[in-house]
Design a protein around this ligand. Structure first.
Ligand SMILES: Nc1ncnc2c1ncn2[C@@H]1O[C@H](COP(=O)(O)OP(=O)(O)OP(=O)(O)O)[C@@H](O)[C@H]1O
Length: 361
């Protein structure tokens, strides 16, 4: 467990963070320049905070009197662009991480890591002969070969295009699920965070907010930023498959959900992303509509935005769901806080890549 309370000033920028980070993958999420990299550099010992304390699993890494240098923290660090040693082979790059450790502390097996990351056939190559995605997998392997107690990943996928990203995501999921090492993961990408994170710390102009659930943190951030694709993350468990209709049924706190057919096993926990733009708002139960998903709740907030759009927040059995209507619909439906509403959306509108497997049971 990582426990920190720090204040750091660099130039005009100041960072304030008071957090406890547990196991799993904790995403550090926020706009450019909000302090994410500064925070992980402080955790790594590469930047010494102006003030504060940092403890890891009961050991003090830094406070007013103690400062544990980076190489004694047992941290694996994966950077945006890999930073492999260009003149060494993949095997030598992997062994490098291991050589930093006394023999008795080497826990990781090279064959296992190479196979986990799908790089066994690349061991004799030099980085110049690897694709971007392969390089990043080797960088992940090198970090794991140091038998780290904590992994830091600073936008490890941001230099890769969409298809390569999609190839690497499952490897990061495996590391998260198989290694039992806490991961701090810096990202700008909602999709990455939604898929990978078990917890999220949001950053806003140097202020790191407490660790929260991914769906709540992301919904709040998207809502506040007005960023697209704004939407709702609904946590659910797969309860039935209906192959005859090509549908999968899931149960969630907001009600039953019908999804496009997936091959996930019954009981698997998923996060379903429902874009705001896909939700239709009704004040009465409507029949004769093709939308298969219907949630009910009470309107709790109305926020008029620039242009024609109005954002509604609806309390559906305790979870806030955000929807959007036009000003005209707001008037015509006489929407007001406290009014019961129904939210309808089509099953088919849930894109397959918006269905995320939950990290842990
Ligand atoms: N050595 C430094 N001296 C002064 N200011 C710095 C230094 N390093 C970073 N900064 C400033 O601190 C702020 C936070 O930077 P940081 O790299 O932590 O942000 P970030 O959230 O990781 O951004 P990005 O997502 O773009 O990587 C920025 O305003 C940056 O310009």
């Amino acid at each position: 467990m990582l426990d920190l309370a720090i204040h750091h000033r660099q130039g005009d920028f100041s960072l304030q963070a008071d957090l406890t980070v547990g196991e799993g993958l904790t995403a550090l999420f926020g706009p450019s320049g909000s302090g994410k990299t500064t925070l992980i550099n402080i955790v790594a010992g590469l930047v010494r905070p102006t003030q504060g304390r940092l403890h890891f699993n009961g050991t003090t890494w830094g406070d007013g009197t103690t400062f544990v240098p980076p190489h004694r923290r047992r941290i694996g660090y994966v950077f945006q662009e890999g930073r492999l040693f260009p003149h060494q082979t993949v095997l030598q790059n992997l062994r490098y991480g291991e050589r930093l450790l006394p023999r008795a502390e080497r826990r990781e097996d090279l064959d296992r890591i190479a196979s986990l990351l799908g790089i066994t056939d690349l061991l004799a190559r030099r980085p110049v002969h690897l694709s971007g995605g392969e390089k990043q997998r080797v960088a992940l392997g090198r970090a794991l070969m140091t038998s780290p107690k904590l992994l830091l990943m600073d936008e490890p996928l941001s230099a890769l295009d969409g298809a390569l990203k999609a190839q690497i995501l499952p490897y990061i999921e495996r590391i998260r699920d198989d290694f039992g090492v806490p991961i701090l993961y810096v990202s700008h990408s909602v999709e990455e965070v939604a898929r990978l994170a078990t917890a999220v710390v949001t950053f806003d102009r140097g202020r790191a907010s407490a660790v929260g659930r991914p769906d709540e943190a992301l919904a709040t951030v998207l809502h506040a930023s007005g960023g697209l694709p704004a939407g709702n993350f609904i946590e659910a468990a797969i309860v039935a498959h209906h192959p005859e209709d090509g549908l999968t049924e899931a149960r969630s706190a907001v009600g039953p959900l019908l999804l496009r057919r997936t091959s996930l096993a019954l009981g698997t926990r998923v996060r379903v992303f429902v874009p705001v733009s896909d939700i239709v708002v009704a004040t009465e139960q409507v029949e004769g509509l093709s939308a298969l998903n219907r949630l009910s709740g009470d309107l709790v907030a109305i926020e008029e935005r620039a242009g024609a759009a109005v954002t509604l927040t609806v309390d559906c059995h305790g979870q806030m769901i955000v929807a959007e209507v036009t000003r005209r619909s707001l008037r015509q439906l006489a929407l007001a806080p406290g009014k019961p509403v129904h939210l309808l959306f089509k099953t088919v509108s849930i894109a397959s890549d918006a269905l995320y497997r939950e990290a842990r049971d």
